[in-house]
Design a protein around this ligand. Structure first.
Ligand SMILES: *[C@@H]1O[C@H](CO)[C@@H](O)[C@H](O)[C@H]1NC(C)=O
Ligand SMILES: *[C@@H]1O[C@H](CO)[C@@H](O)[C@H](O)[C@H]1NC(C)=O
Length: 580
């Protein structure tokens, strides 16, 4: 049994949300390493936290901080807006907001602290754009680094609350704003509030090694700015997860140990006739998070008229396999059959010629664009998309006996009977999906290349999808997908994962049956503005976005809909203090 590895990773759901800037902005002149270096030094050497001074002086002389060396000319600092191998669409007029001021210009101590850097920054201030957005991101980063430590201190409840509130405010602003002109009018106040809170947090007598470690980690991440922000958001997301990782880890260990202690769980009492029976309703879920999974299944079963013929096939990785198996020995869900599968094993048994890597969940993308000139039809701000991960494309081979399946993401809850999906006539299409017209294929031209497609076609969402596997095999969707992925440049893991977006949209182009948009309310992991009516009436809720309902920093008013389906009857959760 393999249970090594970083506990954070195990629970982090691998939900790297990818930032994609569609329309290239005039790049910031600053190499981000340099910029970050400056700011972190500044943070750390603030007089209120004298114990950091040590670190600061170390950092300047030591080599932990990977600065990119001398500032480069701005033409080669930022070549690509995203990790994809596409040319940024720079034909559009230059952004009209070229006059952002350097943060440092107004900071008197700047020159004193940073020496010639400041002179340089002042000279080049014209291109130091969107300084407030960058400022917000920095503050968010620092605040998040402090949050877990502050939350542990007795007597700091007010500060903890304020810090959390400010973090949420910042997140909220940043989900909507890409550039300074998108920012709400009172942003200056928010920035100065956050400054105060951070200063207060820093003055607390806390063990600085945690924070120190978190801040150091990010110094290693910097490559270019797009990359940097992408990683930063993944990193921030993991920080949120980290505050819970010990308890989650405990739960996983308890369940795994119990699995091996109890003979009942080792004996597979699921009959094969149910698992392969095409007349049953087969649901497929990829998951690495037992609580998320349990809630998705529970809500689906509870809201179905009958569960006798429901089979849930859960694909998970080897770290989670035994604990999940044991969980489902302890809990039952109506009369539904639960079939836990080890993806890694299944892959090595069934698939010989395809290699789409480790198990991946649905991939989420945050697509941003600046509003450019009036003549441009593109006015979209920031949109969230989620599509199948690479692993989904092995399903048609892995489940050879099945004709139709419903795919669920584990950040979905079902509130109504969705069995009507099984009776839909897809009219020869491969998958049923809700459309997402906030992004049209034409917007993604630079990512999709010149293949034939209709610019006005909408993107679509994963979350709940009905899939005709026979049609899938007949059209060799897997082969098509694989060819597209192989054609895209993938120099690193991020690019490789990002390839899922264009490959999904192209492989299924023309093969989508549109499901009614009222079926799923999307966006509960990022959008604060969803109305109560929509929440109540949607057949399903999709918590796509960073603020997953099981995380500490979930959006509170949406969390109750999720928590409703979480069992309150699990000894190991109590013992491990798991209480999302
Ligand atoms: C499960 O099956 C039993 C026996 O067939 C039946 O009496 C019961 O109502 C079913 N329960 C649910 C929740 O469907
Ligand atoms: C399913 O949800 C109900 C509440 O809606 C809860 O009482 C029950 O414990 C849950 N069952 C499992 C197995 O999680």
């Amino acid at each position: 049994m393999v249970l090594s590895g970083d506990p954070v990773k195990m629970y982090a759901r691998c939900h790297l949300i990818m930032d994609m800037l569609l329309i290239m902005d005039v790049p910031s002149v600053l190499p981000p390493a340099e910029e970050l270096n400056m700011r972190i030094k500044k943070t750390l050497s603030s007089p209120s936290a004298s114990h950091y001074n040590n670190y600061s002086s170390q950092a300047t002389t030591g080599d932990e901080i990977k600065s990119k060396g001398p500032v480069k000319g701005h033409s080669d600092v930022l070549k690509e807006p995203s990790s994809l191998n596409t040319k940024p669409d720079v034909e559009g007029p230059k952004s009209r907001h070229d006059t952002g001021l350097s943060v440092y210009e107004t900071d008197r101590s700047c020159e004193h602290e940073f020496g010639s850097y400041c002179l340089w920054a002042r000279k080049n201030r014209r291109v130091m754009k969107d300084s407030n957005v960058k400022r917000l991101k920095d503050q968010l980063f620092v605040a998040r680094a402090y949050y877990p430590s502050i939350a542990k201190i007795k007597g700091k409840e007010t500060l903890t609350r304020e810090l959390k509130q400010n973090i949420q405010d910042h997140e909220r602003i940043l989900t909507e704003a890409v550039s300074d002109p998108d920012l709400p009018p009172l942003v200056g106040k928010k920035i100065s509030n956050m400054d105060k809170i951070i200063a207060e947090a820093k003055s607390c007598p806390i063990d600085c090694t945690n924070i120190d470690r978190k801040l150091r980690q990010i110094l290693d991440l910097t490559e270019d700015e797009a990359q940097f922000h992408m990683k930063q958001s993944a990193f921030l997301y993991q920080l949120g997860v980290q505050t819970m990782s010990k308890t989650f880890h405990c739960l996983l260990m308890r369940l795994t140990v119990e699995f091996f202690k109890s003979p009942a769980s080792i004996m597979d009492h699921i009959s094969v006739s149910e698992i392969g029976n095409p007349s049953y309703q087969h649901y497929l879920i990829f998951s690495k998070n037992i609580l998320a999974l349990s809630v998705t299944i529970n809500s689906t079963v509870l809201n179905s008229e009958e569960s006798d013929r429901m089979v849930f096939h859960v694909l998970t990785d080897k770290q989670n396999f035994y604990s999940m198996k044991h969980w489902f020995v302890r809990h039952s869900y109506g009369n539904a059959t639960i079939d836990i599968l080890n993806f890694d094993e299944l892959k090595s048994n069934h698939i010989s010629n395809l290699d789409l890597g480790e198990m991946s969940m649905s991939e989420e993308f945050r697509i941003s664009s600046h509003t450019i000139s009036q003549r441009s039809p593109l006015q979209m701000g920031t949109k969230y998309l989620s599509v199948f991960g690479h692993s989904h494309f092995l399903l048609a081979d892995m489940f050879k006996d099945l004709k139709k399946v419903v795919l669920l993401d584990d950040d979905v809850i079902v509130q109504k009977d969705i069995s009507f999906l099984w009776n839909l006539d897809l009219g020869g299409k491969v998958i049923g999906a809700t459309e997402f017209c906030g992004v049209k294929l034409g917007h993604l031209k630079s990512y999709l290349g010149t293949t034939m497609y209709d610019n006005n076609d909408c993107a679509w969402m994963s979350g709940i999808n009905i899939v005709d596997l026979e049609k899938w095999r007949e059209l060799d969707i897997t082969g098509v997908y694989e060819r597209i992925v192989n054609q895209l440049k993938q120099e690193n893991e991020v690019q490789w994962r990002a390839a899922a977006l264009p490959a999904n949209l192209l492989a299924f182009h023309g093969h989508i049956y549109t499901l009614d948009n009222t079926l799923v309310q999307q966006g509960l992991g990022h959008d604060y503005e969803v109305s109560e009516d929509s929440l109540k009436n949607a057949a399903a809720l999709h918590y796509n976005g960073n603020m997953k309902p099981w995380l500490d920093l979930a959006i509170p008013k949406y969390k109750i809909y999720w928590k409703k389906y979480l069992t309150r009857d699990e000894r190991y959760m109590e013992e491990c203090n798991v209480n999302p």
